[in-house]
Ligand binder design. Sequence first.
Ligand code: ATP
Ligand code: MG
Length: 358
Amino acid sequence: MSSVTLDHVSKQFGDAKGVEDVHIHIESGEFFTFLGPSGCGKTTTLRMIAGFYYPTRGRICFGSRDVTSLPPHKRNTGMVFQNYALFPHMTVFENIAFGLKVRKIPKVEMKERVERVMKLVRLEGYGERRIDQLSGGQQQRVALARALVIEPQILLLDEPLSNLDAKLREETRYEIKRLQMELGITTIYVTHDQAEAMSMSDRVMVMQGGEVQQVGTPHEIYHRPVNRFVASFIGETNLWEGIVAGIDGNEVRVRVAPDLVLTGYAHNVSPQVRLVPGETVVLSIRPETVQESTGADGENVVSGTVVLAEFTGACVNYVTSVGPHQLRSMSISQGRPLKQRGETISLHIPKASIYFAG
Ligand SMILES: Nc1ncnc2c1ncn2[C@@H]1O[C@H](COP(=O)(O)OP(=O)(O)OP(=O)(O)O)[C@@H](O)[C@H]1O
Ligand SMILES: [Mg+2]
């Protein structure tokens, strides 16, 4: 197992920016995820770690070893590509054995290692099948086995679940996590699915437009997003603009409408934001923190008209029109009758749930 350091790494494709100044240290044995929308630079960064692209600037180290100019086959990384890239004319066994054949591993050892890894990914008995006789999920596991069989120091997975249906995604997600924990292998995982990133990772790097927005634990990026992009990309949130009306110790009052002032805590602020009276600020309020209020008065109680009421079984979701804003709220269903569209509702926004995001 090995740690991975990207030391101010950039990749330029001619005039086009691939990624810009990525500076991270991934711990040995960590499950680390690159998360961001399409085209943000996830695959480019992963390919530089694998050695398929060389950085335009910066250095890449595995542990203390500088691998920046090493070709892929000398890096001892196992990679699962976005589209699996399996050999369709070969059997499952031949696909998995490929990397060992290239490395000239003796036949007996090769057979042993392929069988061990087939067991690990639960593909026992499938050795003689051709790839085109497998389901999407089974193909995905062949790709994973092919990466694992070379016993890599670092496992690189590029959207390995993107072609699977919802149920299979969830199962395979669990499988990958189980394998990673069992083998203790440093794993770098690429996805644009935030739920996947949140549930699997030790830490997540959120990217946009080739640049790193934030690196943190799932808890940090969810509860302490550094800017409004991260706040809205990770989970759902209400982003309300307002003007700082006053600061009193740790309490910050923000005017979000001519007749509506909300209070939050000054410590719930992104390091990129300065709270100054008269300045515009963006409040991030998570829907699950907003709850129906029994009274119409009180601090941070807002009233409005229901524009959307949704019952999902476990949850009740409302979208409420509050002055110039819309407020999404989400609560566990308690068997109470649902408010209907057009009805008035009062909602409480707890002070502690307001985060000043930018
Ligand atoms: N070989 C290349 N030549 C030119 N531009 C490239 C090349 N590879 C990637 N790019 C550009 O670099 C940027 C980042 O691409 P990358 O493939 O890393 O995105 P991604 O985050 O993996 O997206 P997706 O989620 O769609 O896979 C994009 O703007 C892309 O067009
Ligand atoms: Mg990609």
